[in-house]
Design a protein around this ligand. Structure first.
Ligand code: FAD
Length: 572
């Protein structure tokens, strides 16, 4: 097939205009052009008066025989070799690195264990199951239907279930989300395609395969995850809920090399006391498994403090964002609810940026710990709620949260968790209990005064928002350098999106779980640098940020683990 990129057409182009544009670019006659399949559709809204659609399409040529058609495609590609926008269509099919032999299970080997059933654990387990390696998945939370009820308990009745909530349970942290499925990871093996293809097989709309910024929304994700669970089970995998891993069994490595691993995995212990022997464990914990990180640290698993970001959620009317981004085309069905991505480098050296923007969505209570408040955002597939929301966050380095200021030693890997907890507890206090979150209007925040009445923008966070002053002396909602950087960024963002700094835009705090506060470093063949058989993966280990990158990391880790189990020399 022949891939053509950068076909630009007006937003309301006629249905056959794309085919005609492809024909003209290839300079073939109408009868010679066969299939024209859309690979990607994006848009360019820089000119608000004339938003254009940008297509990448894959085409075939027609000839008397399939061989002649292929030869014609080759000839055309050769003739147009100097045109960077006409190329052979890459082969994006997923290829397994191997399969377990039929008698693999009978060999008496312990089965690989995957801890956590978020996007990373889900794709790790799916690939292992598809290779015939029958993984056991241990998930501390509940199955997704029950989990949905548990999560509503917090949003509707102010009752948090620490076992089953926005962070913990089947589907992981991304289940109650906007379901954005794009990522900026480099992807030479087209693994993002494997993720999208599996999602479509599980019931996601086909369009996620070709729109440039695909999203699924919460309700669809729920049934898709159930379908993927059934696929893993049908392939011999096992998925156990309410099975929190509370300990890791390790054995010392005899004659360890000076800089090499010092211990190897021997099994895991569950909260019930049950022990499972295994030599291979995928750690797909997510960024909120604070007790598990502490356990792993106590067991000597190497880990390091890492940077992350904290701030608030900010809400505006979605119409304001649509008009700023799409001008007269705002509301066009092909454009959908508009998004934004903003960055400001503040005078105090901090970067302020928008994070996990949710068009037409709601701000959600996302804590997993009693007596703490955490915000995040979600939406449905339709993205038709009245407000746009995004994290407005500021970067934090390990030196900001070190517990022994001035020491020359590396920052303790668990210090970032203590820092997050401090600000989440403060938010709970400022919300005055019941998991209400502290809120402030942008106008008041900029004038350094307490908010007392809402304007037109009504905050969507449930159970509710308590208006306050984020900067009150001694009871600040966030570190002063974060507040200062946000105060500088808001008017700058207002110059990029008119009305972004409008006085009645609402900020709700605090957003602390933007990424993991630590990294569990990997060495050879994606195993922990000091623990053989342990595969740190996904967001919690510091190797992903978002559903797509977590899914891709799950695939790569499953491949590395399978290569080890199957005795393959090469890992892709
Ligand atoms: P997680 O999804 O966090 O999964 C980890 C799992 O491990 C959890 O289910 C947890 O219960 C389990 N676990 C932890 N410890 C143990 C243990 N000891 N024993 C057993 N099980 C354990 N990303 C996007 O790309 N697009 C979005 O639109 C988006 N929106 C989001 C909205 C919200 C409200 C939230 C909270 C996150 C959102 N994200 C979004 C981020 C995305 O969800 C995460 O990046 C992604 O889920 C990380 O995947 P993961 O598998 O690494 O970890």
């Amino acid at each position: 097939m022949i891939r053509i990129t950068e076909i630009r057409l007006p937003l309301d182009h006629a249905p056959d205009a794309l085919r005609e544009a492809a024909r003209q670019r290839l300079a073939v006659d109408a009868a010679t052009l066969g299939e024209v399949r859309v690979f990607r559709r994006g848009h360019d809204a820089r000119s608000k008066r004339a938003v254009v659609l940008i297509y990448t399409v894959d085409c075939t040529l027609v000839a008397a025989t399939p061989e002649a058609a292929q030869a014609a495609e080759q000839a055309l590609l050769q003739a147009r070799a100097a045109d960077p926008q006409i190329r052979p269509t890459p082969d994006t099919r997923y290829r397994f690195i191997g399969h377990a032999p039929a008698d693999f299970a009978a060999g008496g080997r312990p089965r690989p264990i995957v801890i956590g059933f978020g996007p990373c654990g889900l794709f790790a387990a799916l690939i292992l199951a598809q290779m015939g390696l029958r993984p056991i998945v241990l998930e501390r939370g509940r199955a997704v239907r029950q989990r949905t009820q548990d999560t509503w308990g917090l949003w509707r009745k102010s009752v948090l279930d620490p076992v089953s909530n926005v962070q913990f349970g089947e589907g992981g942290a991304g289940t109650f989300s906007d379901g954005k499925l794009y990522s900026q990871i480099s992807d030479p093996r087209h693994l993002t395609r494997k993720v999208l293809t599996e999602f479509v097989k599980a019931g996601a709309p086909d369009e996620i395969l070709y729109v440039s910024k695909p999203h699924i929304g919460t309700f669809r994700l729920v049934s898709m995850i159930e379908k993927m669970r059934a696929d893993i089970e049908a392939l011999g995998g096992e998925i156990r809920f309410e099975q929190q891993v509370t300990d890791l069994l390790v054995e010392p490595v005899r004659d360890a090399a000076p800089d090499g691993p010092t211990q190897r995995v021997a099994g895991v212990v569950l909260a019930s006391g049950e022990q499972l022997a295994t030599s291979h464990v995928v750690l797909a914990l997510g960024h909120s498994a604070r007790d598990t990180f502490a356990m792993l640290h106590a067991r000597g698993v190497a880990m390091q403090a890492k940077p992350f970001a904290i701030g608030v959620r900010i809400e505006h009317p979605q119409g304001l964002i649509d008009r700023a981004r799409h001008g007269a085309s705002a509301g066009h069905p092909l454009l959908g609810a508009a998004d934004y991505k903003l960055v400001h480098h503040a005078g105090n050296g901090r970067a302020v940026y928008s994070f996990c923007m949710c068009p037409g969505g709601t701000v959600v209570a996302a804590t997993s710990e009693v007596g703490r408040v955490v915000t995040n955002g979600m939406s449905q597939y339709s993205r038709n709620e009245r407000n746009a929301n995004a994290g407005l966050v500021v970067n934090i380095s390990p030196e900001d949260y070190r517990s022994d200021p001035g020491a020359a030693t590396p920052v303790h890997p668990l210090d970032g968790i203590a820092f997050q907890r401090h600000w989440e507890s403060r938010a709970f206090e400022l919300g005055e209990g019941g998991y209400f979150a502290p809120g402030q209007l942008v106008g008041d925040f900029l004038k350094r005064q307490r908010s007392s009445v809402l304007g037109e923008v009504l905050p969507s966070y449930k159970p509710g928002v308590r208006l306050t002053d984020f900067a009150q002396d001694g009871r600040e909602a966030l570190p002063p350098y974060v507040l200062q950087a946000m105060r500088e960024a808001l008017p700058a963002f207002g110059r990029q999106i008119a009305g972004f700094d409008r006085a009645d835009a609402v900020m709700t705090g605090v957003e602390t779980r933007t990424s993991s506060p630590l990294r569990i470093p990997r060495g050879a063949r994606l195993q922990s640098v000091n623990t053989i058989g342990l595969y740190p993966a996904g967001e919690g280990a510091g190797y992903a940020g978002g559903i797509m990158s977590a899914g891709v990391d799950g695939i790569e880790v499953a491949e590395a683990l399978a290569a080890d189990l199957l005795g393959l020399a090469e890992v892709p």
